[in-house]
Each structure stands twice: as C-alpha cells, then as structure tokens.
Design a protein around this ligand. Structure first.
Ligand code: GLC
Length: 455
C-alpha cells in the first residue's frame, strides 16, 4: 500500500469510536482545535465513506454496530411541545461519553445541538443506504430481517411518503437539512435530497420483507412514487442549452395543464452567469425547483448521486460528467470537488445566508471544495465509462491531501487555500480517498455496495 493510503488509514482508524468495547462508528474529525464542539460526534452522513471502506475490507462488525446503535437512539428524541410526534427519525450524530463511575453513555443529536438547530433529513436516508450496502456485502440478512429494523425501514418510508404540504412528487424539506447544514437558500426541493429519496425508494424495495402483508401498502406506494419522482426530476430539473433557450422564451402566467411552464418560471430569473457558463453539449440537474423558482446553481453531490444511483437518465448522466470535464476549472480546480457553483456574493449572500461569515463567497458551503466529494465523483465517472476523469481527480487529491493534513474543505475559486475554518484530520476526507482508490482498482465494488445505477 502506498504511504499516502496508509496515512489515510491511520486517520480513519484513529477516528474509531468505541462503546462498551465495540467499535460503533467514527468521529467527524480528530483535530483537537476543531472549531465546533460537535466534530467529536459520529455523524451519520460522515460515516458513509468510512462504512463503505470497512465493508470492502471485510470489517463488517463496526458497520453492523453503527446501524444498530442509530436505530436504538431514535428513542432519545425529545418531544417538542405543541408538535404531534412524527414517527421517530434518525439522529444527525451521536457521541459517546464517560461517566464518573467509568460507564459510558451515548447521546444522540437530532439537530437540536447543531449550529442553527437544523433537521438532518438525509440521516435516515443514508442509514438505509448503509444498511443496503451492509446486507449485500456481508451476506448477513439477520439484521435486515430483524423486526425492529423492519419497523425502522417502514417508518422512514412512511415519513417520506406521508403528505405534508407537498404538491410535487419531490420531497419538501427545510433549509440546511442535508450535507449543507447551514442556511444557504436550499429549502424546498433541493436536488441532493431528491437523489437520496430516489435511492431509498429503490433499496427500500430490496430491504422490506415482501412476504409480510404489513409491508404491502408501503411497497405499492413506494413503486408509484418512484415512477413519479423519476419522471418529474428528469423532466423539470434537467438543464441544457436547448432547455435554457426554452426558458428564455417561456410564456408566463399561463393557466391550465398544457402550459409548458407549469411552475411559472420567469425568464428574467435566469442568472447572467449561467448563460455563458453552460457548455453547448453538456447539461446538469438544477439545484432546486419550486413554484416560480429555479435555482440554477450547480450542486455537485446531488448531481453525482443522481448519476451514481441512476436518477439521471443515461444520456443525461454522460452529459453531467461532461460538464465536469468542460468546466473543470470551475468544478474541480485544484481539489475535487466544488460543493456548489457559483458562490453567492454581495446582496445575494447577505440575504440568502443571513450574512453567514463561514459561508462567505468561495468558502465552505458557498463554493468551497470538499475532498469527501471525491468518492461519489469517482463512482459517478466510472458509472458512465469516464475512468479518465475519475483518475484525473483522484491524482489531485492523492498528491495534496496528506501534505495538507486531510482538511475538511478548501477555499477559493479553484480551491487553492485550505479552508479558513477547516479542521485537519477530517475523517471523511481520508475515507473518501481510500474508497476512491478501491473503486478505481475494482469498479465492481460500487455494485457490491448496492450503489450502482438502477436501470
Ligand atoms: C459540517 C458539514 C456537515 C458535516 C459536519 C461534520 O457541519 O456541513 O455536512 O456532516 O460538518 O463533519
């Protein structure tokens, strides 16, 4: 193994969290100077690349323990006065602490300890994706057949399928409910959540016990929603030059079902940058969509997951990877991968982030580059036969991460600086490099983890 990868493993292994003698997860960062208190937590979303590495290395026990502990933690969710309790969701993270008597406690965080008090909608989705990967790789289906686990899966599905205020097949969520967990104008129907929703509707079918009559209604609803969601996203989120030209010429205020501008998007809302930036041949899925609102920003994770899981149709998936190639300087630069493009500046930043000093232009969530996005990039590139792009991005990360001490994120238009408030030894930065290497060595590993395109 190369020296770089052994260093990455060192970061990963040092991050392991133990509860009653068993490894149950990995903490977000091993940086003693981490600015936020909760970087000592094990986050569900951060554990994703670690879990996949452990599974591919045959260390399935830690993943099983993690899945179980998360399930039991649901009961720690406090009731909120004046709210009717939803079936219990999954926590964003948990932390293991020592009592004076030497015993240990586990504390779950449902977003109530996080900065800004945000709802981690993606947690329950990632939990299911990890469960599917565990079940496939380990060949152990005793966990997924367990009554509590089946109940957990049904609950997650019911939360997602239940009507709240939706009028679209996409899932309606508040700001900051996924990897971007600060205010960034991403409320409504952000792409990342829709890609994960698509993934769990697919893997959920595999995980739910079809012989159990209790599951039939939910399975039926899942199948219908999956079709509707897929059609809707493929049709309305897709943006290429032809589509942009349509929007440019849209008639607005048109009543009735046959309008081609059902969401009443105003041509005047097309931002200046996209007109020149959008390549002739390529295209992508827009970041968010709602009534009178199209967020034209390019959000990498949502697009990459759409390619990897197959929410984006084949031809569109190829063209999404082509955007990365044609706009390499914008989206990859010196460190894969930019979280979103372009950054919000000036008045837009002021209004949409609430003047967040951590999310200044080209920093952190507002256009920073995140090494953890390497693994979905490599998986997505391989899914459409672009090993060249996968290798090119891998090289950049490989050559730079260890010398920079595995930062959490990078700043600047092309990611030249280590992020101003970035932690060092960020676990998912290291795990992502290892996982990317595994996918490059053996592209079949993506399928083995149940992460492949459902086609
Ligand atoms: C930041 C990131 C979030 C991550 C957490 C722990 O809050 O925005 O996605 O889970 O740090 O690393």
């Amino acid at each position: 193994m190369s020296d770089v990868l052994s260093q990455a493993y060192e970061v990963l292994n040092k991050a392991k969290v133990y509860y009653e003698g068993r490894a149950v997860g990995t903490i977000a960062s091993n940086d003693p100077n981490a600015p936020a208190d909760n970087y000592a937590d094990c986050f569900v979303r951060d554990f994703v690349p670690s879990a996949f590495v452990f599974l591919l290395d045959g260390d399935t026990e830690i993943v099983r323990n993690f899945l179980q502990i998360i399930l039991t933690l649901r009961d720690q969710q406090a009731e909120q006065e004046g709210h009717q309790m939803l079936p219990r969701v999954m926590p964003a993270s948990f932390r293991v602490t020592f009592r004076e008597d030497g015993g240990q406690d586990v504390h779950a965080d449902f977003g109530d300890r996080a900065i800004g008090r945000v709802a981690p909608v993606d947690s329950m989705m990632w939990w299911l994706v990890i469960l599917a990967a565990y079940t496939r790789v380990s060949g152990d289906d005793s966990l997924v057949r367990d009554d509590e686990v089946q109940r957990g899966i049904r609950m997650i599905m019911n939360i997602c399928l239940r009507d709240h205020f939706e009028v679209f097949p996409t899932l309606l969520v508040p700001d900051a409910s996924f990897m971007i967990d600060r205010r960034m104008g991403v409320y409504g129907h952000p792409l990342e959540i829709q890609s994960l929703f698509y993934a769990i509707l697919n893997v959920g079918r595999e995980l739910l016990d079809a012989d159990d009559p209790d599951c039939h209604p939910v399975l039926e609803q899942m199948a219908k929603r999956l079709d509707l969601l897929t059609d809707y996203v493929r049709r309305f989120y897709w943006l290429d030059l032809a589509r942009l030209n349509d929007i440019h010429r849209y008639r607005t205020e048109v009543f009735g079902h046959d309008s081609n501008n059902q969401l009443n998007i105003y041509p005047e809302s097309i931002p200046e940058w996209v007109v020149d930036w959008l390549p002739d041949e390529a295209g992508y899925l827009v970041g968010n969509l709602g009534p009178g609102r199209m967020d034209f920003r390019f959000f990498s994770l949502g697009n990459l997951l759409a390619v990897m899981f197959g929410l984006a149709e084949r031809n569109h998936s190829e063209r999404i990877m082509q955007v990365f190639e044609t706009r390499w300087d914008s989206l990859i630069g010196t460190m894969p991968v930019k979280i979103c493009y372009p950054a919000m500046e000036g008045q837009e930043w002021h209004l949409s982030t609430g003047s967040d000093p951590k999310n200044t232009p080209w920093s952190y969530h507002n256009g920073g580059n995140w090494p953890t996005l390497l693994w979905p990039f490599v998986a997505a590139a391989l899914a459409v036969g672009r090993e060249d792009l996968a290798r090119r991005s891998y090289e950049l990360a490989f050559n730079r991460l260890p010398g920079d001490r595995w930062p959490e994120y990078y700043d600047g238009r092309s990611g030249r600086f280590i992020g101003r408030r970035a932690n060092y030894n960020q676990t998912w930065s290291a795990a992502s490099l290892i996982l990317a290497q595994k996918f490059l060595d053996d592209p079949e590993a993506v399928q083995r983890l149940a992460l492949g395109r459902a086609e």
